[in-house]
Design a binder for this molecule. Structure first.
Ligand SMILES: NC(=O)c1ccc[n+]([C@@H]2O[C@H](COP(=O)([O-])OP(=O)(O)OC[C@H]3O[C@@H](n4cnc5c(N)ncnc54)[C@H](O)[C@@H]3O)[C@@H](O)[C@H]2O)c1
Length: 360
């Protein structure tokens, strides 16, 4: 059985240490970080790492057994010397595109890039071009696409048991790059990655955050997404965090508390009531690490030369929704047709990297 050589670029929280932040959080089944995923997955061998911060890599080396000579402050040197087959890019979105493009052009076979995909649409397009030109397998770290609970939710929708899917609700959309990147990917997945035709959005603090073409902070945003198959998404900014709902003609499916609770409600005739929704049983599913599932999906794609569950085009589609939300806000909530054309906006926060939690 082939073992793939893996390397992580961006060795901070999501790259390496985030598992230490969620030890008492049942919504996350470890491993959660990229390095943790590669270490646990038997088909990958974590061989090297790269980060601008040597102190962070020193701790990475201790935790994951990567000797100093395999730690690099220049990722291009790492690509050259280590020849990894799978590369993770767990930097912030402002530092993603160039690394992904360099890795793809260098000849890596698969890339696991964190969300949000890129800091501008121009960068996102350049990533699509490089990944496709080099036939690289690609998955964006939108974990719910690999979460077995959402797989169950999608199977029920796809079975038609509840009738046609009509409406998807994101109860708490949050900042567009950090959280909506997850939410937009989830609604795309639940709706079979059908193309969106338009969005209309409002960013409550958008006027203070967007200055010309520069987006200075990650803006929260609410709005509507219309899909080609007439499914509509309502992305709200309500206090009900980590809750999503799929409403079909004859019932609905709800996930709340970030995957802790799931509910199926079905239309039924109850004497004395009209169009009644009655709770039914949401199927049992076995929890597993979505990070590891994502990595296994890459491995499987490499083994068989098949496509991944995500892919660069799906990543581009969720990125387009982020930028279309901002463009709509700038035009007072006007409907923005997709594909999005001519967006020049760029996320540029100028922030320092986070301090990872080195121990649990
Ligand atoms: N999928 C999830 O559930 C999830 C959870 C947390 C974070 N994230 C995402 O992961 C990404 C990283 O988040 P974080 O909180 O770990 O970020 P962070 O700011 O803590 O770390 C980013 C790291 O990238 C490094 N870096 C920057 N430029 C580099 C370069 N050219 N070469 C090598 N290293 C470079 C920095 O030195 C830093 O250590 C973000 O996009 C974030 O949205 C995803």
């Amino acid at each position: 059985m082939k073992i793939y050589r893996a390397a992580v670029i961006g060795c901070s929280r999501m790259g390496a240490f985030i598992d230490h932040e969620v030890t008492d959080y049942k919504a996350i089944i470890p491993p959660y970080s990229h390095a943790g995923g590669f270490q646990t997955e038997e088909r990958t061998d974590l061989v090297a790492c790269a980060d601008l911060r040597s102190d962070v890599m020193r701790e990475f080396g201790k935790l994951y057994g990567i000797a100093k000579e395999h730690q690099y402050t220049d990722y291009r040197e790492m690509l050259e010397k280590e020849q990894p087959e799978i590369v993770s890019v767990a930097t912030q979105p402002e530092h993603r595109a160039k690394i992904v493009i360099d890795a793809a052009n260098h000849g890596v076979k698969a890339i696991y890039a964190e969300k949000a995909m890129a800091a501008s649409m121009e960068e996102a397009q350049a990533m699509v071009d490089a990944v496709e030109k080099n036939s690289v397998m690609f998955n964006l770290g939108t974990n719910r696409r690999w979460h077995p609970g959402f797989d169950s939710m999608k199977s029920i929708i796809d079975s038609g048991d509840l009738g046609k899917l009509k409406t998807l609700i994101i109860y708490s959309n949050g900042p567009l790059f950090n959280s909506a990147s997850h939410n937009f990917d989830l609604v795309l997945r639940l709706n079979n990655d059908v193309a969106a035709t338009w969005v209309s959005a409002h960013l409550p603090n958008g006027d203070n955050i967007i200055s010309g073409e520069v987006v200075n902070e990650d803006p929260v945003g609410q709005g509507i997404i219309q899909f080609e198959n007439e499914v509509t998404v309502h992305a709200m900014l309500s206090p009900r965090a980590s809750e999503w709902e799929a409403i079909c003609e004859k019932g609905s499916l709800t996930c709340w508390n970030n995957g802790w609770q799931w509910q199926l409600r079905r239309q039924a005739d109850v004497p004395g009531w009209r169009r009644c929704l009655v709770p039914d049983t949401f199927p049992e599913f076995e929890g597993s690490s979505s990070t590891q599932n994502l990595i296994e999906d890459l491995v499987q794609a490499l083994d068989t030369n098949a496509t991944t569950r995500g892919g660069i085009r799906v990543a581009y589609a969720s990125t387009e929704l982020i930028f279309a939300f901002m463009e709509s806000h700038l035009q007072n909530g006007k409907r923005i047709n997709l594909p999005l054309v001519g967006s020049k906006l760029r996320l540029q926060r100028g922030r320092a990297p986070r301090q990872p939690k080195f121990t649990a």
